[in-house]
Design a protein. Structure first.
Length: 255
């Protein structure tokens, strides 16, 4: 829901939708995130029940979406914490892929690892996609490597029934094409808003774009893309980034 509200707010330029997404994310961060663990419920002041793989993966994907609508350093920090906790608690390190339950979950007869989509997309598929997006944005190999291990582990299952693995096929598409295209806009806020609106009118599903204000505390991979003149943009394909682009027309042509 956070991702849906954020996407709609960004595309339709509706700040009420974005603020709704932010309020929901802030609630989860405040009440359901404790000691680097995500929990499933909060009621009457009590937070309890371990979150599952799907909770971590979908929330990580939502945080990356909300960052495209409005950048906050605490959100990218939360995304990193979620990704690290997902790897530590769920990854099947020997062969790749992610279990449905945390390694500190109550003991079960079988600890499942599901690759196929069901009523909702596969947690493994969303995790792989989100880790690729985050890994390319931050130039962080451990997230990219984990996504690659997941895809290799799932490959036989994907081959047997491709139509049941659409989320993993989307992740595989990103992987085979050397990553998502990330556009990082730096500089004047008002002009940046115009650039973002223009980018929102282009349907490029494997492209993510962020306006990063001139603030301290940015991740190194973002901070090195410094503001130039009034406004500029950097286009990154995977971990390879262009020189700064200074006009909107040139940016649209390059994309």
């Amino acid at each position: 829901m956070i991702k849906g509200m954020s996407t709609a707010g960004r595309i339709f330029h509706n700040y009420d939708f974005i603020h709704s997404a932010q309020r929901a994310l802030n609630f989860i961060h405040q009440y359901l995130w404790k000691n680097d663990r995500l929990y499933a419920t909060h009621k009457d002041g009590k937070t309890q029940l371990n979150a599952y793989l799907d909770d971590y993966a979908f929330l990580l994907d939502a945080v990356l979406e909300i960052l495209q609508a409005k950048w906050h350093n605490e959100y990218i920090e939360f995304a990193v914490q979620l990704a690290d906790s997902l790897l530590d608690g769920f990854e099947h390190t020997a062969v790749g892929g992610f279990y449905f339950t945390h390694n500190q979950h109550e003991q079960l007869i079988l600890r499942q690892k599901n690759f196929a989509d069901d009523a909702i997309p596969s947690g493994n598929g969303i995790a792989a996609m989100a880790l690729l997006k985050l890994g390319y944005l931050l130039a962080e190999p451990k997230y990219l490597d984990a996504a690659e291990r997941c895809l290799k582990s799932a490959f036989e299952s994907i081959n047997q029934a491709p139509i049941s693995h659409c989320s993993l096929l989307q992740a595989l598409d990103i992987y085979l094409n050397k990553g998502v295209t990330s556009v990082v806009i730096r500089g004047d806020k008002q002009q940046a808003g115009e650039w973002q609106q223009a980018l929102n009118r282009i349907y490029k599903p494997q492209t993510q774009h962020f306006y990063i204000p001139d603030i301290s505390g940015l991740p190194d991979s973002i901070a090195e893309k410094k503001p130039q003149k009034d406004i500029c943009a950097y286009i990154c394909q995977g971990t390879q980034c262009s020189a700064p682009i200074y006009s909107l027309d040139a940016l649209l042509v390059a994309l």
